[in-house]
Design a protein around this ligand. Structure first.
Ligand code: DX5
Ligand code: ZN
Length: 220
């Protein structure tokens, strides 16, 4: 499927979220906007919640890709769909009933996506793949932007893409953490097609140009 670039607003200026979203939108701009929701329990950091997603959804022309790094996603994820998210990613380590949750997200009209922390293998969850529209393979420990890309995740990306193929599924495979112009090609080559980038986009002088450069490299 076509490459999708999803800049993470975690690295943007939170006092100007609408402008920061606008800075990466437009022709050849971001496909999705990645919104990192952290609750200070599942990860040691705290960001934003449902009301901010709702406002940002109205202000941003770019579909929201919500990544929930929170406890009890079974309870909260459906609210992010109602707030306007186009895709909602929950962590399998936190979900009590991932199949039921994925079905609920889909039934409410969003893409259902499941994330794996670096130490979580994909193999035990193979049978869940048909319930999902996207898998997120974390390439850093979740919690903070600006961390170094974990090269040791490349085999997991490759195995995940193989499993998706073996099941004959059309699914997005997202990578998140340390994605930049120096790591994106390796991720694409391993089978990822959705690329989250925080510091590589919002740390650049020209965020829109950073999105274009990432896309060009992913497509090579
Ligand atoms: C980290 C978040 C990421 C983060 C990525 O837990 O899930 O989305 O914003 O930031 P960079 O691209 O700077 O690693
Ligand atoms: Zn994220």
């Amino acid at each position: 499927m076509a490459v999708q670039i999803s800049p993470s607003i975690l690295s943007s200026d939170f006092s100007r979220l609408a402008e920061e979203a606008a800075a990466v939108s437009g022709p050849d701009g971001a496909d999705w906007l990645h919104v990192d929701v952290m609750d200070n329990h599942f990860v040691p950091n705290l960001t934003l919640g449902v009301p901010v997603v709702e406002s940002l959804g109205k202000a941003s022309g770019v579909p929201l890709d919500c990544h929930l790094m929170i406890e009890d996603p079974d309870r909260w994820a459906p609210q992010y769909v109602e707030a306007g998210a186009s895709s909602v990613t929950f962590h399998v380590e936190a979900a009590r009933a991932p199949v039921r949750l994925a079905r609920e997200i889909r039934a409410k009209g969003a893409r259902a996506s499941m994330a794996l922390k670096p130490a979580t293998p994909i193999e035990p969850y193979e049978d869940l793949l048909p319930e999902l529209d996207m898998l997120l393979v974390m390439t850093v420990e979740p919690g903070f932007g600006g961390q170094a890309f974990l090269d040791i995740m490349l085999p997991k990306i490759r195995r995940t893409r193989e499993l998706i193929g073996r099941h004959g599924l059309q699914m997005w495979l997202q990578v998140d953490g340390g994605v930049s112009t120096s790591t994106i090609e390796r991720c694409a080559e391993a089978g990822a097609d959705v690329f989250v980038a925080g510091s590589a986009v919002y740390g650049a002088d020209d965020p829109a140009d950073a999105v274009r450069r990432l896309r060009a490299q992913a497509q090579e």
